[in-house]
Design a protein around this ligand. Structure first.
Ligand code: PGA
Length: 243
């Protein structure tokens, strides 16, 4: 199966910057067969869609957040359906920053996952333990709860894309060790297998850099990478996408 290299641009890259990023990207000749996905801000979604078409890029995109309903009285929210009409294929759901800063609960994330699937968007569902949880050996209990609640009432035939991002590795420069990634990805793979999810891919995220991408991608059950900081510069993201 193709690996996924996803860039989470967070609250960065305005429409002009997205255009110049993608213009530069179009001049770098990607030879790897990975599926490349970017998550712009909603404000830069149109610039993303237009640049992909203008520069004829083999690139998919999605919103970093969207509401469970597609329209209505939800001030300040984004609609997956509107994004989809603009060409979005993905929806990022449950990123740790939204869980911690915006208080998004497992129950809400489950509704968001269902709503994305109903629209035909591919959710990328983020899970991960905090530092205290890892230190006190609660990693698997935390992940089990996030998976159990997030994937509640999901069809086993759905295509599942999980991004495992240990919270302590996000934006800190501290990448999980190969042993930690190996053990955790195997555990998530097993969890999904035990519940008969037939089509699942598991991405690793947290301080992915051009220097460690290759090694991470060689770990069993690492089906791709979710990249934050290092996805903001075309040259860095390109080196990761070529890994
Ligand atoms: P980082 O972020 O690569 O900057 O650690 C990853 C993420 O938040 O998805």
């Amino acid at each position: 199966m193709r690996k996924i290299i996803a860039g989470n641009w967070k609250l960065n890259l305005n429409p002009t910057e997205v255009r110049s990023f993608l213009k530069e990207w179009s001049q770098l000749k990607l030879t790897s067969n990975h599926q490349i996905v970017v998550f712009p801000t909603a404000i830069s979604a149109e610039a993303t869609a237009q640049s992909i078409s203008e520069f004829k890029l083999n690139l998919e995109w999605g919103l970093q957040n969207s509401w469970v309903e597609t329209k209505g009285a939800f001030t300040g929210e984004n609609s997956s359906q509107m994004a989809q009409a603009m060409g979005a294929r993905w929806s990022l759901i449950g990123h740790s920053e939204r869980r911690s800063l915006l208080g998004e609960s497992d129950e809400l994330l489950n509704r968001k996952l269902h709503s994305a699937v109903q629209l035909g968007l591919q959710p990328m569902f983020c899970i991960g333990e905090g530092l205290e949880e890892r230190k006190s050996n609660r990693t698997f209990a935390v992940l089990a709860q996030q998976l159990e609640n997030g994937l509640k009432a999901f069809s086993v035939n759905s295509e599942i894309v999980i991004a495992y991002e240990p919270v302590w590795a996000i934006g800190t420069g501290v990448v999980a060790t190969p042993e930690q990634v190996t053990e955790t990805h195997l555990w998530i793979h097993q969890w999904l297998q035990d519940r008969s999810f037939a089509q699942a891919r598991i991405l690793y995220g947290g301080s992915v850099k051009p220097e460690n991408a290759q090694q991470l991608l060689h770990i069993p059950h690492v089906d791709g990478l979710l990249v934050g900081g290092a996805s903001l510069k075309p040259a860095d993201f390109f080196r990761i996408a070529q890994a």
